[in-house]
Write a protein that binds this ligand. Structure first.
Ligand SMILES: NC(=O)c1ccc[n+]([C@@H]2O[C@H](COP(=O)([O-])OP(=O)(O)OC[C@H]3O[C@@H](n4cnc5c(N)ncnc54)[C@H](OP(=O)(O)O)[C@@H]3O)[C@@H](O)[C@H]2O)c1
Length: 309
């Protein structure tokens, strides 16, 4: 079968496109013929070695896919050949990735694609959409609460806007262009502002939620804790998206020295992806020093009793 794979971590030049043996399925596996895949930020982190994973080389890149079931293992009960399915958790924890014609997926990691849902639209949404779902569950967003999304027109941000609205929250979103602001409104944001005018955002936000917002979600990849803390209400919650350009840096996992590295001529990777992240304690989270955290960190921050804002 054709697949996109790497034999060592490194720059994009390490990715090969060629033939690999089709996967064999075990009793609890489902064999799926891929119809659509997509690239997420985490895929570039794993391929480059910035996010250390034990990869089974040759390693097929990619996490998400939609497809059609071709065969099922002897203990599989939920799927049958012909079913349309999706998954978003391959290429992780020793599992092969999704950028291949055929894929063996554990039954418990596979989901049915609802009738009428387009494969490409689904696969483009599952990773960022689930990231948004996880964060909203962590902050236990309630109907009527206010939520601020910095970067509301992006992958995760646009999912947060829609899901927060569907839960009955009031949403304020920022974007960096007129089109992005209009898009946020279309998705359900009650109030929008251009993030380039930080002072303007603060003023509009103070009008939107005079006692502070209940949830501050920074999807920009450039979280600013001081600003976020200043904007939230008493018992407000903060969600930050980790990115390698983030300050303060998040705990992350560097490749071990034994991880094979690609010798392909280096591409001009942005400085942010060359920088080795420094393990550090999350400012407001529950992470222990040096621990390894998921790409999304959610912090429940309680203001001290003396705080009057
Ligand atoms: N995608 C995922 O599932 C996922 C999962 C976990 C973590 N992450 C991390 O979360 C971050 C966002 O990921 P994404 O996939 O949503 O990226 P994205 O689609 O590029 O969205 C980021 C958004 O941030 C906005 N932005 C850029 N600079 C900004 C600034 N100075 N202030 C406020 N907003 C700004 C951009 O707005 P405009 O487009 O309007 O300029 C853009 O829409 C990244 O650091 C990523 O590594 C992503």
């Amino acid at each position: 079968m054709k697949a996109a794979y790497i034999e060592s971590v490194g720059p994009p030049e390490c990715i090969r496109f060629g033939d690999l043996p089709a996967p064999a399925i075990g009793p609890a596996d489902v064999l799926v013929a891929t119809t659509a895949v997509c690239v997420n930020p985490v895929d570039t982190l794993i391929r480059s070695g910035q996010l250390a994973e034990k990869l089974p080389f040759p390693f097929i890149v990619g996490r998400d896919m939609t497809g059609v079931v071709r065969a099922v293992g002897s203990s599989v009960t939920r799927f049958a050949p012909g079913d349309r399915v999706w998954c978003n958790n391959q290429g992780h924890h020793g599992r092969q990735g999704t950028f291949a014609e055929m894929l063996a997926v554990r039954e418990d990691l596979l989901y049915r694609l609802p009738p009428g849902v387009d494969d490409q639209q689904c696969v483009a949404f599952v990773h960022s959409g689930l990231t948004a779902v996880l964060g909203l569950q962590q902050v236990a967003l309630q109907r009527g609460e206010s939520l601020f999304v910095n970067g509301g027109a992006g992958n995760v941000g646009s999912a947060v806007v829609q899901l927060a609205r569907s839960r009955g929250a009031r949403v304020f979103a920022t974007a960096g262009s007129a089109a992005g602001l209009a898009w946020c409104r279309t998705l359900g944001a009650e109030q929008v502002a251009d993030y380039h005018d930080v002072g303007g955002v603060d003023r509009a936000l103070a009008e939107f939620a005079p006692a502070g917002v209940d949830v501050h979600w920074d999807a920009s990849g450039q979280p600013d804790f001081d600003r976020a803390v200043a904007r939230i209400a008493r018992r407000g919650r903060i969600v930050v998206m980790s990115g390698y350009a983030a300050r303060p840096p998040f705990p992350s996992a560097r490749s071990t020295s034994s991880t094979p590295r690609c010798t392909a001529s280096p591409s001009p990777m942005p400085a942010t992806t060359r920088r080795a992240p420094q393990p550090t304690r999350s400012t407001a989270g529950s992470c222990k020093a040096g621990s390894r955290c998921a790409p999304t960190a959610c912090c429940r921050w309680r203001k001290p009793p003396s705080h009057t804002g």
